[in-house]
Design a protein. Sequence first.
Length: 247
Amino acid sequence: MKIGVFDSGVGGLTVAKALYESQLFSEIVYFGDTARVPYGSKDKNTIIRYSLEAVEFFKNFEIDLLIVACNTVSASALFQMREEAEFDVIGVIEAGVLAVKNSSAKLNENILVIGTETTIKSGLYQNLLKDRGFQSVEALATGLFVPVVEEGIFSGKLLNAVIEHYFQELENQPEHIILGCTHFPLIGDSIQKHFHNSPKLIHSGEAIVEHLKELYPYLSEKRTKIQFFASENPSGLKRVAESWGIG
Ligand code: DGL
């Protein structure tokens, strides 16, 4: 199976890495819209427009399935993308919710969802979790984490100050945290350390791999070929991918 992976930029490589390492696919085509990142603070109509342009881009590659690594796009534009695409389109949000369910979380445990402003405002994670019976769901837009990670800051004083800023007013200690943004797995350790109870972290990349294994149980490949494209500075994106051991 040949798949596309779409993100607003470089952050989606966290998802591409999990997909690459899963050895489920013969080929992955990655596209990051690095010229227009971040999407998380943009208007929904703008995100839909950019995402439909990405669908057009992927039409050149004869992919079987497009994985939307970006939580913001998954929350805003999946329906419109599916209407336009001649391949299946799957987002990461449902997979993240299923991952909480599969991690044997109890329905009364505290679940915290963090993501960009647009993702949290869409209410999609919150609604899907409630539909599955989870009673204690808190959601927080933590957009400042995105530029911090973009700066290559994955630990230390500055990050801890931002973590403190966001989490000081939480009503409950979470038992599970959904890292509802491509960038957040890179600061997962620091986020987890903030809490005394070592909450379980849900990553979009791991979650989507598990979800795809359930959807397509026959998939398996020895070697995955991967190609990288970006709307700006593709060699920079490729360098990051290589430094993460992808490709
Ligand atoms: N990729 C986005 C997400 O997962 C984060 C970066 C952005 O705001 O574009 O929500």
